[in-house]
Design a protein around this ligand. Structure first.
Ligand code: 5GP
Ligand code: ZN
Length: 112
C-alpha cells in the first residue's frame, strides 16, 4: 500500500524510530507522543482496521499483543504496566487506516 504512511515506514521508505521488530510486527515511536512512552505497534501486513478484520487476520493481530508484552518487558514495565489502545473508525478516533495498537506508559496514563 504505497499511499499508507505505516506501510511506508515498514518498507523503510519513511523514517521512524523503530523500537521493536520481528517477522510479523514493527513497533516505533509515535510522532506526536501523548505519554512519556508512546509507541505504535503495527502488523507488517496491511490491515486497515479492526472494523474490517477477518478470521485470517487474527493471528497477526495476536502477534501485535505479544509484541506489546515484549516491549513492556524490555522497558522494565512488566510490573507497573502500561495501556494498550486500539482506535476503531471515525468515532473511535482512528486517523491512520493501518491497524495499530497504541502502547502508552511512563507514569499513570490518563483518559478512558
Ligand atoms: P489513530 O488516531 O489512527 O489511532 O493514531 C494514529 C497515530 O499515528 C497518531 O497518534 C499519530 O500521532 C501517529 N502518526 C501519524 N503519522 C505518523 C508518522 O508519519 N510517523 C509516526 N511515527 N507516527 C505517526
Ligand atoms: Zn499500511
Amino acid at each position: 500500500m504505497r499511499d499508507c504512511v505505516f506501510c511506508r515506514i515498514i518498507a523503510r521508505e519513511s523514517h521512524a524510530d523503530v523500537e521493536y521488530e520481528d517477522d510479523a510486527v514493527l513497533a516505533f515511536k509515535d510522532i506526536y507522543p501523548k505519554a512519556p512512552i508512546h509507541l505504535l505497534i503495527v502488523p507488517k501486513r496491511h490491515i486497515p482496521s479492526i472494523m474490517t478484520m477477518e478470521g485470517a487476520d487474527a493471528e497477526i493481530l495476536g502477534r501485535c499483543f505479544l509484541a506489546a508484552r515484549a516491549v513492556g518487558e524490555a522497558k522494565g514495565l512488566a510490573e507497573r504496566g502500561y495501556r494498550l489502545r486500539v482506535n476503531c473508525g471515525p468515532d473511535g478516533g482512528q486517523v491512520v487506516y493501518h491497524v495499530h495498537v497504541h502502547f502508552l506508559a511512563g507514569g499513570r496514563v490518563s483518559g478512558a
